[in-house]
Write a protein that binds this ligand. Sequence first.
Ligand SMILES: [Zn+2]
Ligand SMILES: [Zn+2]
Length: 165
Amino acid sequence: MFIGNGDDLAKMLLSQQANCIKCGQPIVFERGCNLAKECGIEENVVMCGQCYSVFTVHLVPGRMTLQRDVTGTYKDLTAKKTEEELEVRKQKEDRLDQARKATAAKRAAAADKELAEKLERFRKEEEAERAAKAKKWKEIGACGHCGGRIGGLFTKKCKSCGKPQ
Ligand SMILES: [Zn+2]
Ligand SMILES: [Zn+2]
């Protein structure tokens, strides 16, 4: 039993839904009716927004039932609409795809930059460490390259690495 005023009843009827017999997507009565109407179908049928099948419908408060697949009957009327809807959907998916690709590219670029910065920091740290070591070795009269002992009569050379000093 349904208690309420006419507006409530209409709203309730319009928002009722049933799953498409063909693809299983829910068809809301109002949208299904509008889709059919946009195709120029005047009869009391609904159209699935996912697969564009057309069904006769039985509607009582609280329950919507799809009865018969009548897509074939309205093939000429639905063809153009179906094409339009598919095109709109394709464009939407293309836009989404582009946005996804742009985001992925941005993320990859950011990761590359971060890695390059990390390597640069690491290189600078190593460089500074090496310079500090060389300075210390030279202060104690050792080889500036490896810290080895220096020898040689005429030209001073490292006994460990052989490099001239
Ligand atoms: Zn469907
Ligand atoms: Zn050396």
